[in-house]
Design a protein around this ligand. Sequence first.
Ligand code: PLP
Length: 358
Amino acid sequence: AYNFNAGPAALPLDVLQQAQAEFVDYRGIGMSIMEISHRSKEYEQVNDEAQSLMKELLGVPNGYEVLFLQGGASTQFAMIPMNYLQQGQAAGYVLTGSWADKALKEAKGIGETYVAGTGEASGFRRIPAPNEIEVRPNAAYIHITSNETIAGSQYAEYPDIGSVPLIADLSSDILCRPVDVSKFDFLYAGAQKNLGPSGVTVVIAKEGMLKDSPKGLPTMLRYDTHAKSKSLYNTPPVYSVYIVSLVLKWIKGLGGLEAMERLNHDKTKLIYDAIDGSGGFFEGLVDPGSRSLMNITFALGSDELEKKFIQEAEAAGFVGLKGHRDVGHMRASTYNAVPYESCKALAEFMQEFQRRNG
Ligand code: PLP
């Protein structure tokens, strides 16, 4: 299949094959990795390796920690304000689409919030520029969504906001390109797009953000609990973290994040060129300066034509091209594991479809 699913999404074939080879007998121990203690030396090695590879690939500076948590990025939407939003403060959220909105809604139930910037006037076709973000004197933090999975937009440049903590949701674009982690105080990402299977959420944060969570918070919802125990406070999602460790090795083997970014640019260029070169037959749903390297959204002139496109694409082996139910139209998710060949095949299919229907 040409897998363009938005998430859970494609995994590298090499990773799936290695996981298959190790599934029943993990590296000669006579059992699966899922059947042994998370306190065993074998799992500790997986956990340590995944943390250190994440730091290596992203160039995480000293003074930051990597955590593996559960509950998806959606749980982070609540844990962030629970841990960092105090009385008398307001948390600023930059609205770029559905996921930023969900994060904001969750924080509203916990404390005072404000909209620090918004792309709403453009119908979320563009990400607010760094100088359009308002940092209030009592801001607890500013939250941004690096890549809007549903709208198909992505920050080309992250804002500098001074001494107020910058927190970012990288669920759908982590490791798609190099990132200057030192710009951020706290990053998080659900695994099921670029990192591995669902079930694990990565947090990368300054050590100071992971200490002294407010009194009264439940144990599992405190960052200090997980930081103190190296993400082994309770039983972790062992298999998901194991696959994440294989995916990280796969990225390292390809040449790291510079190589990943080049590949992602080459892949998405094929599809954006098919849109831009179509003379309006295909319409991109995001302004060029805010386009995503991971989720390409586009429309056709009518509902009938879009239905026909999806049907014929499915028959030709393309999976997951239907847009999210909130926005409709089409979306091709071109995460790290989607091969160049799949993007080339899709671009050719689009051109061929236009020849027959344009
Ligand atoms: N944030 C973004 C940008 C997402 O794309 C998603 C899921 O698609 C989420 C958050 C929610 O993630 P989860 O399902 O892990 O809670």
